[in-house]
Ligand binder design. Structure first.
Ligand code: UD1
Length: 420
């Protein structure tokens, strides 16, 4: 067990380079089994979720090698099509392996996935899409078995632009005898990256990044080499950290368009943000202005994954802000911990009303999921005294060298191993 201990009050100065995107690399790792050959994946972050995915790949019979941010996967000798519950349960995005396994093996046997605790996370959109594609799904005793001799190309309208369901349709249908069209598809940059990766191994997919994706089925795939996009939420995390702690930081290795909504809100808060081609420089405001209303929305709207970060920033604003969480229920777990640190927040259903306070005060807090954990570290950077954040395992799912990076910028932060 470990905790992160922060003594707040130090402004941040310097430069950070943003890691590869967790939410892009995870579906790409699942997709790597499709070509039955070698996939070389650059800019692959070293995260717990990536390690669990690698464990799944090895369980399936793939050979893997990780060196200097490059993961090589050889799926030529893959034999397995089932993933045991102990592995499925450790990772929410393990559900994505279903589409890839159906593509490669014509069959998958998995269980309901695990992952962050963001309230009820159904997979009905995935299963309905599978059924339209001619995949026969049986659910029994918590297990899901999917079987398909071949894929039936079709038009699939998603009632909600689910990221995971869009990915599963792309993965399962790119080997077929016709065109599958996803209407009201998710438009997230991670979907564009999955299209790029699948096309690099021979798939023929167009439209990712818009709400209609066309997947022209192919029958052959080949070895590939690909570089993962930078993590837009990690970039947002460092921006939020500068705004609350003070200072000026260059955030490099980003795609500025991917974080337009977050940059706009940072500017509304009073921060100065200078955007360059692949980097930006953010300077903290003298005081944080409140933001009247933030709605989390599918991309390109304000990301739900950055909601905890903006709540932390608003906790220290000069005035009242409102956040409406529209994507996940149960995604305000960080609010109770921020209140323990002195924040003034009222939650009612999907709404949070945040009345900014002058300062937060350090205490012991607990991360309840990945992004709430990151938000608590950000809050701690601006708090009086010492904060100890436990359940660090959540933070390790998505942030590589988090405390080392913040420490290099001037934060007083360390990881302490504790004895249970
Ligand atoms: C992905 C991201 C997650 C991000 C989310 C929304 C990964 C590994 N995770 O999660 O970080 O917060 O997108 O941007 O990429 N839903 C259903 N039925 C389904 C599927 C989803 O009702 O079959 C609902 C969910 O409960 C949720 C909403 O749709 O309320 C969004 O889910 P989805 O877009 O699928 O998110 P994930 O792919 O799980």
């Amino acid at each position: 067990m470990s905790v992160i201990r922060v003594r707040g009050g130090n402004p941040l100065y310097g430069r950070v380079s943003v890691q590869g995107a967790k939410n892009a690399v995870l579906p790409i790792l699942a997709a790597s089994i499709i070509n039955g050959g070698k996939s070389v994946i650059h800019n692959c972050p070293d995260l717990t979720d990536v390690r669990i995915s690698v464990d799944i790949l090895e369980h399936l019979g793939c050979r893997t090698q990780y060196e200097n941010g490059t993961l090589t996967i050889d799926s030529s000798e893959m034999t397995e099509c089932s993933i045991p519950h102990e592995l499925m349960n450790r990772l929410r995005s393990s559900v994505i392996f279903n589409g890839a396994l159906i593509n490669r093996m014509g069959r998958s046997c998995t269980s309901y996935p695990g992952g962050c605790n963001l309230g009820h996370r159904p997979i009905d959109l995935h299963l309905n899409a599978f059924s339209k594609l001619g995949i026969i799904t049986t659910e029994e005793h918590g297990s899901i078995t999917c079987v398909a001799d071949s894929i039936t190309p079709c038009r699939i309208f998603l009632g909600f632009p689910s990221v995971g369901a869009t990915e599963n349709i792309m993965l399962s249908s790119c080997r077929s005898n016709g065109v599958t069209r996803i209407v009201n598809a998710a438009r997230e940059p991670e979907i564009v990256d999955l299209q790029g990766f699948l096309n690099s191994m021979g798939a023929n997919i167009t439209g990712a990044g818009t709400d209609v994706i066309e997947i022209r089925g192919v029958s052959k795939f080949h070895d590939c080499e690909y570089s993962v996009i930078p993590d837009r939420i990690v970039a947002a995390t460092y921006m939020a950290a500068v705004v609350v702690a003070g200072g000026r930081v260059e955030i490099a290795n980003i795609i500025p368009n991917h974080i337009s909504a977050f940059i706009a809100v940072m500017r509304e808060c009073g921060a100065s943000v200078t955007v360059r081609d692949n980097s930006l420089v953010i300077t903290a405001p003298t005081y944080i202005r409140p933001v009247r209303m933030i709605n989390t929305l599918p991309y390109p709207g304000f990301p739900t994954d950055a909601q905890s970060l903006i709540m932390t920033v608003m906790s220290l604003a000069k005035g009242t802000s409102i956040i409406r969480e529209n994507i996940f229920c149960g995604r305000f777990t960080h609010a109770a911990e921020l209140i323990r640190m002195g924040a003034d927040i009222d939650i009612s259903d999907k709404m949070a009303v945040i009345r900014g306070v002058r300062s937060l005060s350090g205490c012991s807090v607990k991360a309840a999921d990945l992004r709430s954990g990151a938000a608590l570290v950000v809050a701690a950077l601006a708090s009086d005294g010492e904060t100890e954040i436990s359940n660090v395992c959540y933070i390790d799912r998505g942030y590589q060298d988090f405390e080392k990076t913040l420490s290099a910028l001037g934060a007083d932060i360390e990881r302490i191993e504790t004895v249970d």
